[in-house]
Design a protein around this ligand. Structure first.
Ligand SMILES: Cc1cc2nc3c(=O)[nH]c(=O)nc-3n(C[C@H](O)[C@H](O)[C@H](O)COP(=O)(O)OP(=O)(O)OC[C@H]3O[C@@H](n4cnc5c(N)ncnc54)[C@H](O)[C@@H]3O)c2cc1C
Length: 397
């Protein structure tokens, strides 16, 4: 049931509530909020989703280049960044990749892993995953209030109820799940303003930074390469830390590098780090000893890369093969939150219990990216949205 800018939900739906049925407000209709709502409604609760946008699951529909990489077969805490790895590990142990697939397939559809363990809908259409959620939410009778940006959230000890308010309406709830996302990709409704709803209860927010994002380099370092895409082995060199490597696509842009390998590296890289690209990772250096001039790079590298490497070789007095196997780029920053897929940081996981209930306010729960948990590229962030929703539903069921 969908209502735009609903007014008083209590007045519109004066239901008689079963003793065990809780009236629950889920703030945010993204992957985590929708998953929470499905699980809580299945457990018999009376659930309302309050979503500030005009549609549910906008970010989910855009995920995985529109293909929806929903989880990863290789699941575990090592793929995540958080302040409380042990709590995260316990949540992931209870809800792994097979559970995510079973949960999604329980609503319909077929989900399949690719060769790298990344799980997608067989349709390869992220919006079809959102449609599965919409259909299930409608089947379960979850109320969906669109255009409702929650700006007020308070708890009344006397009535043991939360008061949830937005511009055009308000509702009372016995429990609230804050699933309003982080600060990345604000065109999907996530501009970081929702943290204030938790801060009002005394919660803190860790320093925030964009992750899974294009990396900036000096423009000169990538001049003439815009639009060139190549397979590479990318090594991130960081002072005082072991180097980390990623194999995948690197796409040169006007201001730096993008592509699958770069997105994965962006979880680790920061300004001042050096990226080293092996542009022919399957070819040993010994096969490159005869490369002497730019023409020798014909059919070896993209012509723009060949020109660039020939110039580097001339300027530095080193052989071409040195730069083919070790193309250096200094990171000067990232493209920022607006272009990032996820937020590094958030409400500390340590401020919630094992079922993601606030340690500061009973019956106040968190799910998804709003918490200080972010994963590597490869389905880990949507998995966290679903796994955290499962933890909340476990507590409330
Ligand atoms: C382009 C792109 C591609 C991605 N691809 C992948 C991928 O393939 N695999 C993967 O694992 N991850 C991917 N991610 C990351 C993943 O989509 C997110 O981590 C995940 O959607 C987070 O889910 P969430 O429900 O916590 O937050 P969101 O999906 O961001 O949902 C939060 C919702 O809350 C709403 N909201 C915010 N404030 C309020 C408020 N005050 N009141 C009411 N509503 C509010 C927002 O409008 C939004 O709809 C991608 C992200 C982007 C941007």
């Amino acid at each position: 049931m969908k209502y735009r800018g609903c007014q008083s939900i209590d007045k519109i739906f004066p239901f008689l509530y079963d003793k065990n049925m809780k009236k629950i407000a889920v703030i945010g209709g993204g992957a985590a909020g929708m998953a929470c709502a499905v699980l809580l409604a299945r457990a018999g609760h009376d659930v309302t989703i309050l979503e500030r946008g005009a549609r549910l699951g906008r970010k989910l529909s855009a995920s995985g280049n529109g293909q929806g990489n929903v989880t990863n077969i290789d699941m575990g805490k090592t793929h995540y960044f958080t302040d409380d790895a042990e709590k995260l590990a316990r949540i992931l142990e209870k809800f792994g990749a097979a559970d995510a697939v079973a949960f999604l397939e329980g609503m319909g559809g077929i989900f399949l892993p690719d060769a790298r363990g990344r799980v997608y809908p067989a349709s390869r259409q992220a919006s079809s995953v959102t449609d599965l959620f919409r259909r299930e939410l409608s089947r379960l009778g979850v109320r969906i209030c669109l255009g409702a940006q929650v700006k007020k959230l308070a708890y009344d000890k006397k009535t043991a109820q939360f008061s949830v308010g937005w511009a055009e309406g308000h509702m009372q709830a016995e429990a609230v799940v804050l699933a309003a996302g982080g600060k990345a990709a604000k065109n999907f409704g996530t501009d970081g303003t929702a943290y204030a709803l938790a801060q009002a209860f005394g919660h803190t927010v860790t320093p925030l930074s964009p992750s899974l994002v294009q990396l900036r380099t000096s423009p000169a370092a990538v001049r003439g390469l815009k639009g060139v895409r190549t397979d590479a082995l990318l090594t991130v060199e960081k002072k005082g830390a072991p180097a980390v490597c990623f194999r995948g696509d690197v796409l040169f842009t006007e201001s730096g590098v993008s592509g699958d390998a770069v997105f994965r590296a962006s979880s680790y890289a920061e300004a001042g780090d050096i990226l080293r690209l092996d542009l022919l990772p399957d070819v040993p250096a010994s096969r490159l000893v005869n490369l002497r001039e730019e023409g020798d790079l014909l059919c070896v590298l993209h012509s723009a890369l060949a020109r660039h490497i020939a110039r580097l070789s001339r300027e530095n007095g080193k052989t071409l093969s040195v730069f083919v196997k070790n193309f250096p780029l200094e990171v000067t920053g990232t493209l920022g939150f607006d272009y990032a897929q996820v937020t590094r940081g958030g409400i500390p996981l340590a401020e919630a219990d094992g079922f993601l209930m606030s340690k500061l306010q009973p019956n106040f729960y968190f799910a998804g990216e709003i918490l200080n948990v972010d994963g590597e590229c490869g389905g880990y962030n949507l998995h966290w949205a679903f796994a955290s929703a499962h933890a909340v539903a476990e507590a409330l069921s």
